[in-house]
Write a protein that binds this ligand. Structure first.
Ligand code: PLP
Length: 425
């Protein structure tokens, strides 16, 4: 399980002296006049430079007999689909390549389900209030999308090995208004959790009162390893098919954090029936995706090993930043497990920090006043509401290594001051 605050150790011996010490450290911090932004998980400039060669590609305009400059090929360029289908372990016939944002594909799928109905159901908009399960902490934009569509959100705990599947099973078995769930299976945002194969198998097989239940399997970080461990994402599409629910999962991914966050390629994978359903609706708004960009990416990587080698270069750049987060937090906060615990991810873009319950918003406010912008407290929870006010998402990829270090020192100072204020009553 992720660290919790179920047994809060006694406060430091002398809360008054502890508070005075933290106030003084904080005053020193404010006096430094810092200015850092750790709010979003963006690739840093050095990472973007790894893909600079894309700007002079492609060198040709044909691939597999297709003129990529022209209309057509709604499912995306075959060569690029073959390359990434191999990396994500799915059949090419189940794999679509599109524009630069997988979030757009997620929105398309949900809007299509609402307006037209999923491939195995009727329009969700006609069914009264419906709900989605959201593992928490989770990705704020997943929540925003559901809220925008008027889909109610039910949080379920995210654990180190994936969502609390027992809680999910219990909720979905009797309530037909629960139409689906989000899941970031590998190196989840923000916990870094990896959904183990046994949990994936249970999600694929579980009985659901809604016959058109969907797992939106957002594999945004599936290839984003920080160590030499190349965690393999559970094969949800095969597991669901083998358990009689072939149309349950829809997988998403993109090269936003592989090549360019603003000019990459997004992917959708699902049963062939789901893919045809998706393309039918997509065809109402597109005659084909940007195949020039697809070919550019294909020429750049050449094959799956090209992507693997490229991802190792990303890791070489960002691993030291993640190490710096661990080092500073351990040095500054390691002695106070009752005040702060945090994840130690082996992939992805985030570290999830849990501070003394009731102090996360105060930490973010103190940090802001000291010039360090953090993701708003509660951002990783549906409706922005962290009932314990304990979770803060740290995003260390964009700032330089030195900035990460200084910013983490600042965060630690704020965490301690907020806790000291609370403990001193
Ligand atoms: N999914 C998750 C879990 C993310 O963390 C992000 C970006 O932070 C995205 C999707 C966005 O992906 P894209 O750039 O492909 O829209």
């Amino acid at each position: 399980a992720l660290p919790s605050h179920s047994d809060i150790a006694p406060p430091p011996d002398d809360p008054g002296a502890f508070l005075a010490a933290q106030r003084s450290a904080y005053d020193d911090l404010v006096a430094r006049g810092l200015k850092f932004d750790l709010t979003r998980g963006k690739p840093g400039p050095e990472q973007l430079d790894l893909s600079e060669a894309l700007l002079t590609l492609p060198t040709t305009h044909t691939s597999g007999g297709v003129d990529v400059r022209n209309y057509g090929g709604l499912e995306g360029l075959l060569g690029l689909r073959e390359l990434f289908a191999e990396l994500f372990g799915v059949q090419v016939s189940q794999f679509v390549a599109q524009g630069n944002a997988s979030l757009t594909l997620m929105k398309d799928v949900l809007v299509d389900c609402m307006l037209k109905g999923p491939v195995d159901g009727t329009p969700w908009k006609d069914q009264g209030p419906i709900k989605f399960l959201c593992p928490v902490p989770g990705y704020d934009r997943h929540h925003a999308l559901l809220e925008w569509l008027g889909i109610d959100m039910v949080p379920v705990p995210m654990q180190a090995d994936g969502p609390d599947v027992a809680a999910v099973e219990a909720l979905v078995k009797d309530d037909p208004s629960i139409k689906g769930m989000w899941l970031v299976p590998t190196y989840a945002n923000p916990s870094g959790s990896v959904t183990e194969a046994d949990k994936a198998a249970r999600l694929a097989a579980m009985p659901t009162a809604a016959s058109d239940f969907k797992i939106l399997w957002d594999n945004a970080y599936g290839l984003h390893h920080l160590t030499e461990v190349e965690t393999k994402t559970a094969d949800i599409i095969s597991l669901a098919a083998a358990n009689g629910h072939p149309d349950r999962p829809i997988m998403f991914a993109s090269t936003s954090k592989i090549t360019f966050a603003g000019a990459g390629v997004s992917f959708l994978a699902a049963s062939e029936r789901n893919v045809q359903w998706y393309l039918k609706h997509l065809g109402m708004g597109s005659i084909g995706p940007d195949k020039v960009n697809h070919l550019r990416h294909l020429e750049f990587f050449k094959d799956a090993d090209g992507v693997r080698a490229h991802m190792r270069k990303h890791a070489a750049i960002i691993k030291p930043k993640f190490d710096a987060v661990q080092e500073v937090l351990s040095t500054r906060l390691g002695a106070y497990p009752q005040i702060a615990t945090w994840t130690e991810p082996i992939g992805g873009y985030f570290v999830s920090l849990d501070v003394l319950p009731g102090t996360a918003s105060r930490v973010v406010q103190l940090a802001k006043e000291a010039g360090v912008a953090l993701t708003p407290a509660g951002a990783s929870f549906p409706y922005g509401n962290d009932p314990q006010d304990t979770n803060i998402r740290l995003a260390p990829t964009f700032p330089s290594l030195e900035e990460v270090r200084v910013a983490m020192e600042a965060v630690a100072t704020c965490v301690l001051l907020a806790a000291a204020e609370k403990l001193a009553g």
